[in-house]
Design a binder for this molecule. Structure first.
Ligand SMILES: Nc1ncnc2c1ncn2[C@@H]1O[C@H](COP(=O)(O)OP(=O)(O)OP(=O)(O)O)[C@@H](O)[C@H]1O
Ligand SMILES: [Mg+2]
Length: 397
């Protein structure tokens, strides 16, 4: 069964939080991480973007504790704040809820009580805009080796982290699909199995056929044998993508650097299509050719987000040149970071697991956050000025 992840903290003034912590970390169906803090430590934290639940101990320091609840809610309205008390009475419940707390829990609360709160928290997160949005998001680069698969894989992982929504990642690079290597897994099933059962793609079948990665992303690999991939048609792929879109909130598609019958359905139905280009003359020439074709298939610039890879490296062409040639604004950039990209790939994990503070990880999170919009409840770290490289809302969304 899929487990939901929650990061929580406790805030106390010397009260013992061990009973609550041990119940939280062993809740069935959840992976709860709990970090103990004093009031001062909580107030000193730069941000609480990575935390979904806070438990504030209040006994003996009620006024101060309620003030902390108010400050937590003001700084992060998405946070579920619970007041913890040895003997929660009616007055405390009223004053806590007035201060913005989600509820009051007893210091010796048991599994059933805390489970109820955590299930509500997760369900509320799912109901945010983005839960149920059913978007197909395609990553395409007109030239190979620019970082399209790196972007698709990490966009899917970051969307999961930030929204908790149902995410599928499809490897449409039927000849050289490398998504399993990027996420370090082997799986007996592939897109072929969905094509063969296209009339029967219910949630149970999909759950059993897609690889359930530990990040929470469900992955559909490319066929293991080259000759198998040749039997797939554009209409097969269109049918599979349609079925996945009906079951998942976001379907992120990785594509090879060619526009063929199999790739076109993912490009035509994308919202948005991330068009990734390098900042070299051959890459920009390839971009120019592809933009002409995309226009002819009727893809509107509204559905395309142009991203420039390798922007920190000395490029041969500027963002303005790229925008001129493609007639698309540059929505954002992915910094060149061979160390983090290489270490993530060689270890088969995301760039966030390799180094979540790296410029590349921050840039990837920012793209996912813009795509998710208000559904991004875990906001990306706002540092290193990288956000300034993205156009305002409506840009790299
Ligand atoms: N932002 C980046 N900075 C530096 N290196 C990167 C970056 N993104 C990807 N790479 C590296 O570039 C190589 C190609 O990456 P990736 O496979 O994601 O590109 P691709 O466009 O999907 O290539 P292909 O055309 O083979 O499918 C990998 O070694 C990867 O680690
Ligand atoms: Mg690739």
């Amino acid at each position: 069964m899929k487990r939901d992840s929650i990061r929580a903290l406790t805030a106390s003034r010397g009260q013992d939080d061990s009973a609550l912590r041990s119940v939280l970390v062993s809740l069935p169906g959840f992976d709860v991480e709990v970090c103990s803090n004093s009031y001062e430590q909580v107030l000193a934290r730069g941000g609480l973007e990575d935390v979904q639940a806070a438990f504030v101990y209040l006994d003996g320091i009620e006024a101060e504790g309620l003030k902390l609840v108010g400050r937590l809610m003001a700084s992060q309205p998405d946070l579920a704040v619970f007041v913890v008390s040895e003997k929660p009475g009616t007055d405390l419940v009223v004053s806590s809820i007035r201060a913005g707390a989600a509820d009051v829990v007893a210091a010796d609360a048991g599994t059933a009580d805390l489970l109820k709160h955590m299930v509500r928290l997760v369900e509320a997160r799912r109901k945010l805009p983005g839960g149920g949005c059913h978007k197909l998001v395609t990553v395409f680069s007109p030239r190979g080796g620019v970082g399209a698969t790196t972007l698709a894989v990490n966009l899917a992982v970051s969307l999961k982290q930030q929204t908790g929504a149902r995410i599928a990642l499809v490897d449409l690079d039927l000849q050289n699909g490398e998504v399993p290597a990027f996420l370090n897994f082997r799986h007996p099933y592939s897109i072929l199995d969905l094509v063969e059962n296209v009339g029967n793609l219910d949630p149970v079948f999909l759950q059993g056929t897609l690889y359930q990665h530990s990040s929470g992303v469900a992955v559909l690999p490319a066929p293991p044998m080259l000759e198998d991939s040749e039997s797939l048609s554009g209409s097969d792929v269109a049918a599979v993508l349609k079925a996945l879109k009906a079951q998942y909130d976001y379907v992120v598609v990785d594509t090879p650097p060619v526009l063929n019958d199999v790739v076109l359905p993912a490009i035509e139905a994308a919202e948005p299509l991330y068009l990734l280009t390098g900042n070299t003359i051959p890459a920009v020439r390839a971009l120019q050719r592809v933009c002409g074709t995309l226009k002819r298939v009727g893809l509107t610039p509204d559905n395309m987000k142009l991203l420039v890879a390798g922007a920190a490296a000395a490029g041969e062409v500027t963002d303005d040149d790229i925008a001129d040639v493609s007639r698309l604004p540059v929505s954002g950039c992915l910094p060149s970071d061979p160390t983090v990209a290489g270490s993530a790939l060689s270890q088969g994990r995301s760039v966030f697991a390799a180094d979540e503070d790296s410029k590349l990880a921050v840039a990837m999170s920012a793209i996912a956050a813009r795509l998710a919009g208000p559904a991004a409840v875990v906001k990306p770290p706002q540092r290193r000025g990288l956000f300034s490289r993205f156009t305002p809302a409506g840009g790299a969304s």
